[in-house]
Design a protein around this ligand. Structure first.
Ligand SMILES: *Cc1c(COP(=O)(O)O)cnc(C)c1O
Length: 363
């Protein structure tokens, strides 16, 4: 037997641990911003039928251009987009891997604004891209001056701005994205993983004016398809061509393409659920404010609440009551995903139960 230490692992990976949120079997799972509703029986049935059809072709490689899926995604996004301006992959994390493989790499930098998504440093590390960060404003927002100053200082080839941002839920205005894109030659990736939950406009509106702008989306959250692994981007066709160069051959399986197309065909039903989940999150925020918690105003399907003197203890106490939330974000805060009304009621009851024991909580 050998151990990892015996292997010729890349020097920059030595000592690194696989990263990820705990996957625990508990009654109430509110830790990774998933949609709590499984696909409806009708959608499940159609997915099964599509999989039977796909199974009949599994002796052949899948469509490596995912042409039909990309056309469906373009239709869903609107804004005059066509399949050649949309790219799809196994989750938006593979979309980011394609972008950084194409536009990052040794000697190049990726810039983002903290606090932000915990996977960004991994995408950079895996592609040997230097990861540089600049803090967001105290209200977790961004303005064009802050972003453009950071770009001048760090000279990245890829800038990533998440809006609504994870873990804060805060949004960056289109005026800011517009000004940033006008002021840099870098690829600007706007990560809109939670856009469907937001009431604000999408950076898709700016695509025609900024050929280096990329809007990244996912089916993991709004489309209740985290297990299906489908992410996608919209951009200039030249950016899609760059992704096509670096993608692994046949990266998107026939099953994945088939299942995603069924989910997209039911966009109306799923988006109605999205509005309900956004309302659930906003309702939880109002409740938490009423109880004296500090709450960061979110436009996503999750909320940061605090401030806890010992957030780990609160996280553990909730877990002991069968409720899994996420220990992430600025000091003293915990992140809660919107669940079903029953799950949110259980969370509120557990927090009320705990409140007298939560030490040093500053409303
Ligand atoms: C959840 C999330 C994603 C989606 O990742 P997938 O790989 O598509 O599941 C992307 N960006 C952010 C900021 C997220 O929180």
């Amino acid at each position: 037997m050998i151990t990892l230490a015996d292997l010729p692992l890349r020097a920059d990976l030595v000592g690194q641990e696989p990263y990820g949120a705990p996957q625990l079997q508990v009654p109430v799972v509110l830790n990774v911003n998933e949609n709590p509703y499984p696909p409806s029986p009708l959608i499940r049935h159609e997915m099964a039928a599509a999989l039977v059809t796909a199974a009949g072709t599994l002796n052949r490689y899948p469509d490596r251009e995912a042409t039909q899926l990309r056309a469906d995604l373009a239709r869903y996004l609107g804004h005059g987009l066509t399949a050649d301006r949309v790219w799809a992959a196994n989750g938006s994390n593979e979309i980011m891997a394609h972008l950084l493989t194409a536009f990052g790499g040794p000697g190049r930098r990726m810039l983002t604004f903290t606090p932000s998504y915990s996977m960004y440093p991994e995408y950079a590390r895996n592609t040997c891209t230097e990861f540089v960060t600049v803090p967001r404003r105290a209200d977790f927002g961004l303005d064009a001056g802050l972003v453009l100053d950071a770009i001048r200082e760090t000279e990245p080839t890829v800038v990533v701005i998440a809006t609504p941002n994870n873990p804060t839920g805060t949004v960056v205005g289109l005026d800011v994205i517009d000004e940033v894109c006008s002021g840099t030659e870098a690829i600007v990736v706007v990560d809109e993983a939670y856009q469907e939950f937001s009431s604000g406009p999408s950076a898709l509106e700016l695509l025609d004016r900024h050929p280096r702008l990329v809007v990244s989306r996912t089916m993991s959250k709004a489309f209740a398809l985290a297990g299906g692994r489908v992410g996608y981007l919209a951009a200039d066709a030249a950016i899609v061509d760059a992704c096509r160069i670096v993608r692994l051959p046949y990266h998107l399986s026939a099953q994945t393409q088939a299942v995603a197309r069924v989910a997209l065909a039911h966009a109306d039903e799923l988006l109605a659920q999205v509005r309900q989940l956004a309302a659930e999150a906003r309702g939880f925020e109002a409740w938490a404010k009423g109880r004296g918690y500090a709450v960061i105003d979110s436009q996503a399907n999750f909320t940061l609440i605090g401030r806890f003197a010992d957030r780990h203890q609160v996280w553990q106490d909730l877990l002991d009551r069968g409720i899994l939330i996420r220990e992430t974000g600025p000091d003293g805060y915990l992140r809660v995903s919107a669940g079903t009304p029953e799950e949110m009621a259980a969370l509120r009851a557990a927090l009320d139960d705990l409140l007298p024991t939560i030490e040093g909580t500053t409303p």
